[in-house]
Write a protein that binds this ligand. Structure first.
Ligand code: ADP
Ligand code: ASP
Ligand code: MG
Length: 445
């Protein structure tokens, strides 16, 4: 067949049978979509994460399992012939119970991924049956056969070469003949153990599979009709952007626009595959096309917000007119696989921000860093990113931005490394207002 399209449906899009029906209609209208990549039904992954934590007593686990069962049962009940699947879903739920009992005794990272992966395994089974009952032929495919990863559970890295070879051999022949339904978010290590790609990872899965199959397009169907000028839940005046470049959209995803997992666009960029973002609730409303370049390149395009940032300030007299200090610090962070976001330096100190740093910045890491410098760790901060074009080249950009922020204490600024973004750190409790103010001043309708 000619080039296929990959469509990904997020948690709210497959939340219940009605929502799944809308996804089915989208697929039925576009026969060139041959691969559907699904998330778990809304709320399911959170329940599974709680069950996998091993922190819940038997009563509380029973209640979590009950909630999980109700979500699956609600979808089963809407099927014309639920008996085709009831037994299978019951088996999966029983398997989850056994695994979570084990996690309560001895939680492990591998067990965690095995448990949370069950959400996508269930939603895809239910969706295939729903499609069949609508008269649309589709087959279920276990993505772990192709999505090979390393064994860094919870945040596994895909092996692109293995994925490309396996997708060519196992997935393409199936897609040539029918619609294939598979799971986002999950993969398998070399030894066959289940892994996951990180929360929100189904977008990334869809783009990786699109890359492996050289898709004509990747569609991300979610609960908003496109990428907005900022999170519409935060600023009601935010509006959808019809077209945006890969560079701008990547910056948005990286700096907190939850609508796309941060890594989603890397595979699309490598293969130059256009990505569409639209709402499965209102496909007729259109959405956003993300492409290599766009006719309009406004100075200010959008705002993104990332909460829960950690600011690390390292001070050392030996940094003064010396060399090697930064290499030492970054060596320690690299050894512990801690990725650094923003950096600023002064004569004897360097400040860094870490995303979700609290969990990675263990006492061991802090002790190691403290051997080389004085360490200050600050929490309760949020990172605001202004996304646009040629921002580092146009006179007066800084003054326009900072005038709009005249009443705010800005803890750190990063500007100039990319023409597409200007980032700064503010106190968490004013961050929402900062985004609203900047949106009003810099992105008026
Ligand atoms: P899914 O379950 O489909 O993956 P997500 O909840 O992960 O959906 O992403 C969709 C949500 O992303 C929207 O409901 C919206 O609140 C949020 N969001 C954050 N920033 C933006 C933005 N710039 N444009 C659109 N949505 C955004
Ligand atoms: N179900 C997973 C999550 O909730 C992956 C995804 O939906 O993208 O994080
Ligand atoms: Mg998502």
């Amino acid at each position: 067949m000619s080039q296929l399209t990959v469509a990904k449906f997020g948690g709210t899009s497959v939340a219940d049978a009605d929502a799944m029906g809308r996804c089915a209609a989208i697929l039925e209208q576009n026969p060139s979509t041959r691969l559907a990549v699904l998330s778990a039904s809304s709320g399911v992954t959170n329940l599974l994460v709680a069950l996998a934590s091993g922190e819940h007593q038997p009563d509380s686990r029973a209640s979590l399992l009950q909630q999980l069962t109700e979500i699956q049962q609600g979808i089963l009940d809407s099927l014309e012939r639920p008996e085709m699947l009831t037994r299978h879903i019951e088996e999966i739920l029983h398997h989850i119970k056994e695994l979570s009992d084990s996690a309560a005794i001895s939680p492990t990272k591998a067990l965690h991924d095995e448990i949370v992966a069950q959400g996508e395994l269930m939603s895809t089974r239910l969706f295939v049956e729903l499609l069949r009952q609508r008269g649309t032929q589709a087959i279920w495919f276990d993505v772990r056969r192709v999505m090979r990863t390393d064994d860094r559970f919870s945040r596994a890295t895909p092996d692109l070469t293995a994925l490309a070879a396996a997708a060519e051999e196992e997935l393409r022949p199936l897609c040539d003949h029918q619609l294939v339904v598979t799971q986002g978010f999950i993969g398998a290590a070399n030894d066959g153990r289940t892994t996951t790609l990180g929360r929100g990872g189904s977008d990334f899965s869809a783009a990786l599979l699109g890359e492996a199959l050289a898709a004509a397009a990747v569609e991300i169907w979610t609960d908003v009709p496109g990428i907005y000028t900022t999170d519409p839940r935060l600023v009601s005046e935010a509006r959808a952007i019809p077209e945006i470049s890969f560079s701008e959209a990547s910056e948005m995803a990286t700096f907190g626009a939850k609508v796309l997992h941060p890594a989603t666009l890397q595979p699309a960029v490598r293969r130059q595959i256009p990505v569409f973002v639209g709402s499965s609730k209102a496909p007729e409303a259109g959405g956003t096309w993300i492409r290599n370049s766009t006719p309009s390149q406004p100075l200010f395009r959008a705002l993104a917000l990332r909460r829960n940032q950690v600011l690390l300030t390292l001070t050392s007299q030996s940094m003064f007119q010396a060399h090697g200090f930064l290499a030492e610090v970054f060596g320690i962070l690299a050894k512990h696989k801690i990725s650094v976001d923003l950096i600023t330096t002064s004569e004897i100190s360097v400040s860094l921000t870490l995303d979700a740093g609290a969990e990675l910045l263990t006492e061991e890491v802090q002790a190691e860093l403290s051997k080389h410098c004085h360490l200050k760790v600050e929490h309760g901060l949020a990172l605001v990113a202004l996304i646009g074009n040629r921002m580092s080249e146009v006179n007066g950009t800084g003054s326009r931005v900072f005038q709009a922020l005249s009443d705010v204490n800005i803890r750190m600024i990063c500007y100039g490394a990319s023409p597409h973004n200007l980032c700064f750190l503010v106190e968490e409790d004013v961050a929402g207002q900062v985004v609203a103010d900047l949106h009003r001043e810099l992105l008026p309708a």
